[in-house]
Design a protein around this ligand. Structure first.
Ligand SMILES: C[S@@+](CC[C@H](N)C(=O)[O-])C[C@H]1O[C@@H](n2cnc3c(N)ncnc32)[C@H](O)[C@@H]1O
Length: 754
């Protein structure tokens, strides 16, 4: 990249700006630590050119016209010992990010720093001063003490830096203030003993002069600041030359310098017409910005490039900043065993500082701090609540399962959503909670038991195969909380920043496309109460979300309907070269920086008919097993059919498990349909006998609802047995198919990479 010529004005070299808030480690490189944290977090505070000392990286679309609700919805003071809700959501699109409010000194289960991003931090600071007047009572929790000392210091440091040249003026005016105070002394205004009028007049005149002087100072002060701003706006930032970059690359990253450059580039891009250097194009700046952000926050180049394409530049910084902290700890009241109000009281008495999650949930609670581990209270053990991130509520709310329905949770472990579904169904009907990984079954089973769920059957299958196990067109609703790249939960698992490659995303998407077709195939379009599929991921990647839904729309007779979630952003209908079906806009996206919850995607589909569409297949799309099945045979598609080469985060293990399953098919046969919860013992069903279990399932469904699915379930039972036999008896054709399929996939991946 060529050095950019200077267009008049002061030449300021990259990195020469004083960082708005120099970190304690300024100048020191700490390449081993996550750069996002080393050298102080990046709070893109005051750009030298911005008035008021605040850095407002440009208006993010998500915030336009939104409202900021800093405290609880009623605007009232929170009840004693209970902090105010962490967030409120506006039903408007593009609302202002709700600000998390924390209790003081979070306990071990409660995150300490959330929403460190500048806008939040700044607003929190404002809240502190407002709230501190309110919370006077000693035994009330200090709800406003949500900034750690370090944060407070940082903010103060920031404020000091922002004052810049004003400091001198301020010190003058401070003195003046002192004098004024003396003058303001009421005693000074009292009549003196001699009570002369002229003295009194002099006093008034003196006071008036002081006021004038103060006014003058204020004006000067404002003028100076304005000049500073004008100068800042016209200052030209110069991108580093290739030589400078080369030089930089030989040394450990200079984080304060990179931080400054990020701010500068964001500033230039925010006012490109006026601030661009002559001859420089947007691409030069964005390229440097991507490199700097990747270095500063510690991401691989692929992810950073994706994020840069998803958000406007200023918003990328907000998103990355939000990823630096985990979201608030939340819990869901288990209405099968407890009521929220009572649970709150009990937990408050145990020293848990918590509050209702928001108007949108009747069962959620957010924990600010706790003196006890919230995952080990007697109430937790007794199944009165589930520890669950706020975003995890959403897919189940969208699914809206009804009593007595037949529901399938295709990827269920550890059961957060299964147990919520069961609660909404009041333990009626039947839920099939499926999980591929055998190692995750115990946690699923334990949660189901702890929560008192008695309508659930645990299965251990590859979800892609479930239609052949549970039957096609037999379920009222299916939840597919798909395995994904986890790019929405970087705050929880920062390793994602470097471990997820483009190839991983392609693999995830490939599997997700197979799974969603299986999910749709299991739903009965003719269901009287349902006919819905909910697809969700904790990924923010378009390839794993909108592209999967678009694929489903092309392959099956479904439409995207509203999930009834009145917040969140609409899914992308255009992304890079992609143009998705307009209905994809009905899907919902949730972001850490915008909604203070994990990055999440939720789509609700309504199955219109049980038809399979014969849409052409794209290169990076899996074979439609239903089509293959129809063409080739009536039998189930082998497990490995069209399977992408294993290598998702968990894929190696999953495949091992799948292989073990094939080998140990006898053992597996026994396990099929095994009831691993209260239902088994209550109904006196021998858990190890697949037939009996399936019979019981059939009975459950049949008793409550007489639909064709009754017979289908019986067929399914047969399929369960047949299938397990097929797996063990005929491995060779499957293997052959697997090999050719793997080969195909490798070719596709290569092509995609190119
Ligand atoms: C996002 S997690 C599910 C979380 C769960 N729904 C909850 O709320 O607790 C995805 C799960 O899918 C499982 N999984 C991965 N591949 C699968 C497949 N092919 N079929 C079914 N489950 C699979 C993973 O082991 C993981 O437990």
């Amino acid at each position: 990249m060529a050095a950019l010529p200077v267009k008049g004005g002061t030449k300021r070299k990259a990195g020469q700006n004083t960082p708005a808030r120099p970190s304690g480690k300024a100048g020191k490189s700490t390449p081993t630590k996550s750069p996002g944290r080393a050298g102080g977090k990046f709070t893109p505070t005051k750009s030298p050119g911005k008035a008021g000392g605040k850095f407002t990286p440009s208006k993010s679309p998500g915030k336009a016209g939104g409202k900021f609700i800093p405290t609880n919805s009623t605007g009232k003071k929170a009840p004693k010992r209970v902090a105010e809700p962490v967030e409120e959501f506006s039903s408007e699109e593009g609302e202002e990010a709700p600000i998390a409010r924390r209790g003081n000194g979070a306990g071990n289960t409660v995150e300490k720093k959330q929403g460190k991003g500048l806008p939040q931090a700044t607003k929190r600071k404002q809240e502190v001063s407002l709230d501190s007047d309110e919370s006077e009572s000693d035994d009330e929790p200090e709800m406003d003490d949500y900034s750690s000392d370090e944060e407070e210091e940082e903010l103060e440091g920031e404020a000091l830096n922002n004052l810049g040249t004003r400091t001198l003026l301020d010190s003058d005016s401070d003195e003046d203030d002192d004098e004024m105070e003396m003058d303001d002394d009421p005693k000074g205004l009292e009549f003196s003993d001699d009570g002369s009028d002229s003295e009194e007049e002099m006093d008034v005149e003196k006071k008036s002069r002081k006021i004038d002087a103060q006014k003058l100072l204020d004006e000067k002060d404002a003028e100076a600041e304005m000049q500073l701003n004008i100068q800042g706006e016209s200052d030209e930032f110069v991108l580093p030359t290739p030589e400078e970059l080369e030089d930089e690359s030989k040394r450990p990253p200079d984080l304060p310098k990179i931080q400054t450059r990020i701010k500068e580039i964001v500033r230039v891009l925010g006012n490109f017409k006026n601030l661009r250097a002559e001859g420089a194009d947007r691409g030069d700046y964005t390229k440097q910005l991507a490199a700097d952000l990747a270095c500063y926050y510690g991401y691989n180049d692929y992810l950073m490039a994706m994020f840069m394409q998803m958000f406007p530049v200023a918003e990328v910084v907000e998103f990355l900043e939000a990823n630096e902290t985990p979201r608030p700890v939340c819990l869901r009241t288990n209405n099968l065993k407890a009521r929220r109000r009572e649970l709150m009281d009990v937990l408050v008495n145990r020293g848990v500082n918590l509050a209702p999650l928001g108007k949108w949930s009747k069962v959620g609670l957010v924990v600010y701090e706790s003196k006890v581990p919230v995952g080990a209270t007697p109430e937790y053990m007794a199944g009165h609540y589930m520890l669950q991130s706020a975003s995890s509520f959403l897919p189940v709310m969208a699914l809206a399962p009804q009593e007595k329905e037949r529901v399938i949770d295709m990827a269920a472990a550890p059961g957060g959503k299964t147990t919520y579904i069961a609660a909404l169904m009041r333990n009626t009907g039947v839920i099939y909670a499926n999980e591929l990984k055998e190692s995750r079954i115990p946690s699923l089973s334990a949660n189901i038991q702890r929560m008192g769920v008695t309508n659930t059957i645990i299965c251990n299958y590859d979800g892609r195969k479930l239609p052949t196990v549970l039957g096609k067109n037999t379920a009222d609703r299916v939840l597919l909380d798909a395995p994904c790249s986890g790019t929405g939960v970087i705050g929880k698992d920062p390793s994602v920043k470097v471990t997820k490659s483009g190839e991983d995303i392609v693999r995830c998407a490939f599997l997700q496309k197979e799974l969603i077709l299986a999910a749709i195939d299991m739903v009965d379009a003719g269901s009287k109460t349902g006919g819905y599929i909910v697809y969700s991921t904790c990924s923010v990647m378009v390839a794993e979300n909108e592209a999967v839904i678009d694929y489903a729309l092309r392959k099956r007779d479904v439409k995207v309907v509203s999930g009834g979630l009145d917040f969140g952003r609409p899914g992308y209908t255009r992304f890079r070269e992609h143009r998705f079906h307009p209905h994809v806009a009905n899907t919902r996206r949730f972001f850490p920086h915008a909604h203070n919850m994990d990055g999440f995607f939720v789509a609700k589909l309504k199955k219109l008919s049980n038809k399979v569409k014969s849409a052409p297949k794209d290169d990076d799309e899996p074979e439609d097993s239903a089509v293959t099945e129809e063409k080739e045979t009536e039998d189930a598609v082998p497990l490995t059919e069209s399977e992408p080469e294993a290598n998702l985060s968990d894929r190696a293990e999953e495949e091992d498990a799948a292989e073990k399953k094939v080998k140990g098919s006898k053992k597996k046969k026994q396990k099929i349909g095994e009831l691993q919860n209260g239902t088994a013992s209550e109904k006196k069903i021998t858990p190890s006998k697949g037939k009996k279990v399936a019979g019981a399932v059939n009975g459950t469904k049949g008793e409550e609802k007489s639909t064709p699915s009754k017979e289908k379930t019986a067929e399914v039972r047969g399929e369960i047995e047949d299938q397990s036999e097929k797996e063990s008896d005929t491995p060779t054709p499957g293997k052959k198919k697997q090999l050719s399929s793997k080969k195909q996939f490798k070719q596709k991946t290569r092509k995609h990479k190119q």
